[in-house]
Write a protein that binds this ligand. Structure first.
Ligand SMILES: N[C@@H](CCC(=O)N[C@@H](CS)C(=O)NCC(=O)O)C(=O)O
Length: 213
């Protein structure tokens, strides 16, 4: 059986877990904490989670893992069969992960873990976050799901990352740039959070935080 390695605080881990649960793919979870030890670096070369263990070997990078799951379990319909709709889901995933999450991630240590980041990094990230959050608000539909009427795999990516982006800007710049761009992300989180797969992800994350604080 497929094994998902990582831990329940990681948004990228939770994205893959959400996809596995949502699309009914059987898996086991293996808790691997950071920093990964030398043996695990052979399986996740950058020392990051999540990574997947299969009968063929190990696979890292959450976007690649989701693509692998889509190709391996085509009957589950992770991406829509229509090439255009599938590309639009991928566009949203690339957007939220490359332009929003990765930029906000520069600030996580200061926003959430009592660390410090330089004013220079804050200023650079601020400019990019403003630009790309505004861009994302033009691309994303939230009608009511991120790509339109139906829940899709892009929602799993947005669900785990968009709140972090919003909370980061609130904490670092004293303004929720996501809400300021007209995205009612709290209502969206509530809607997606009603799905059983999302509820399990949230509950496990909460349990992880309680057990590790
Ligand atoms: N591009 C990677 C990013 C994964 C990632 O950054 N995971 C974080 C946890 S949320 C991590 O393992 N960080 C450890 C590090 O950067 O050393 C993916 O999509 O899987």
């Amino acid at each position: 059986m497929i094994k998902l390695h990582g831990f329940a605080l990681s948004n990228y881990y939770n994205k893959v877990k959400f996809v596995l649960l949502e699309y009914g793919i059987a898996f086991e979870e293996v808790v691997d904490r950071l920093p990964l030890d030398a043996a695990l670096l052979a399986h996740s070369p950058a020392g990051k989670v999540p990574f997947l263990e299969t009968e063929h070997g190990f696979l890292c990078e959450s976007a690649v893992i989701v693509e692998y799951l889509n190709a391996r379990f085509p009957e589950r319909g992770i991406f829509p069969a229509d090439p255009w709709q599938a590309a639009k889901e991928r566009e949203l995933i690339a957007f939220v992960e490359t332009h929003l999450e990765l930029e906000a991630r520069e600030l996580y240590s200061a926003a959430f873990f009592g660390g410090k980041v330089s004013d220079e990094i804050k200023a650079t990230a601020q400019e990019r976050l403003r630009r790309y959050i505004a861009s994302f608000s033009r691309l994303a539909k939230f009608a009511p799901y991120v790509a339109g009427e139906r829940f899709g795999v892009a929602d799993a990516a947005v669900f785990v990352s968009l709140p972090l982006v919003a909370m980061t800007t609130q904490r670092i710049y004293d303004e929720d740039y996501v809400a300021a761009a007209g995205i009612d992300w709290k209502s969206y989180m509530k809607r997606v959070g009603e799905r059983p797969a999302a509820q399990r992800v949230i509950a496990d994350r909460k349990a992880w935080i309680e057990a590790n604080s």
